[in-house]
Design a protein around this ligand. Structure first.
Ligand code: Q46
Ligand code: ZN
Ligand code: ZN
Length: 330
């Protein structure tokens, strides 16, 4: 197996591109794919201040590294979710990455890490919020993360908030949305959403890389990352969809990319145009009475955002350990 570029021996094959690469040319391929995606979808231009949401997993750490390699001013944002050992270990990977790959880098910018702990700052964690509110853990978690990402990007004056969603993630979300015809979600399934209604611009620059590629990127760069699955993910539909798509990709390499980019090219505009306008679309938004974030209010007619309702219910409740929550949910 020879590298497509230099003909030296290759370390990875990428079947959907019918290409093999040596280590150096694979790293360059990853950076090129990210740069191309950022340009194609107007995600950022040099000089923009970027906030990268990092979880300690391979995708977000690879993204942060690539952005710094490309010369962006990029700070990391880590949210401590309080999911037992999983969160403790994930936080350590983020801190180790920051001290070895970010802090010592020669750069005009002092790129740094922002950390927010749900337990320290809001007196709750994801398992406890799920238990108290009866929400699925990923729903309580997603709501908390979205709110804190938006707030940090807004308060810090960043031009764009970036997340490490890769091609496998986005194809699986698209597949789920199509299977259930979630047309409002389809209308917003874009790799870049502009800033609007008080929410920051959001971008997913890894949509041209698969998770196998982001893992290989980290290994070749010497980046250690959390390899364990989140203990709350079991039974999550997203994983089911990923497995279904992986089987199709195995049989026809390139299917996932064709599915996702074909959607963006052929159908995304149609869904966006036909989307039902909801109060969340704009003028109906009011500032949350507790935190000031834009919200359509709560069902009781009070101007309180979903995050404040969730955190106020969960704050101060007896902490529920991960294992106990899993037993209760069985
Ligand atoms: S961290 Fe949170 Fe994920 Fe764990 S609880 Fe679900 S959403 S699975 S990316
Ligand atoms: Zn090469
Ligand atoms: Zn609020």
């Amino acid at each position: 197996m020879k590298c497509r570029v230099c003909r030296e021996s290759a370390v990875i094959d990428i079947r959907r591109h019918n290409a093999n690469f040596c280590a150096d040319h694979f790293l360059r391929y990853c950076r090129d794919q990210v740069e191309r995606t950022m340009k194609e979808f107007s995600m950022a231009t040099p000089g923009d201040r970027v906030l990268v949401a990092v979880s300690g997993g391979k995708d977000s750490l690879a993204l942060w590294d690539i952005l710094l390699e490309l010369g962006y001013e990029a700070d990391g944002l880590y949210i401590g979710l309080g999911i037992g050992d999983y969160s403790d270990v994930s936080g350590n990977y983020v801190r180790d990455f920051t001290s070895s790959f970010v802090a010592n880098r020669e750069s005009e910018h002092a790129n740094s890490l922002i950390e927010i702990g749900l337990r320290d700052s809001y007196d709750y964690d994801v398992p406890t919020a799920a238990d108290v509110t009866g929400r699925a853990p990923c729903s309580a978690c997603g709501l908390s993360k979205r709110h804190l990402f938006d707030r940090a990007a807004h308060d810090g004056g960043y031009d764009v908030l970036m997340t490490g969603h890769n091609l496998d993630d986005e194809a699986a979300v698209l597949y789920g949305n199509v299977m259930r015809w979630q047309v409002d979600y389809l209308a917003r399934q874009r790799p870049m959403l502009p800033a609007e209604n008080g929410f920051p611009k959001k971008a997913k620059p890894l949509v041209r890389l698969s998770e196998r590629e982001t893992a290989a990127y980290c290994v070749l760069r010497g980046i250690d990352y959390q390899v364990e699955e989140c203990p709350m993910a079991a039974g999550n539909r997203h994983l089911e969809y990923k497995h279904a798509l992986a089987a199709s990709e195995e049989a026809s390499p390139g299917m996932k990319q064709a599915f996702y980019f074909g959607y963006l090219r052929e159908a995304a505009d149609l869904f966006e145009q036909s989307a039902v306008r909801t109060p969340d679309d704009g003028p109906g938004l009011v500032p949350c009475e507790s935190c000031g974030s834009p919200t359509s209010g709560d069902p009781n007619g009070q101007p309180r955002c979903a995050f404040c309702r969730l955190s106020q219910r969960a704050a101060g409740a007896d902490p529920v350990p991960v294992e106990l929550l899993k037993t209760k949910r069985r």
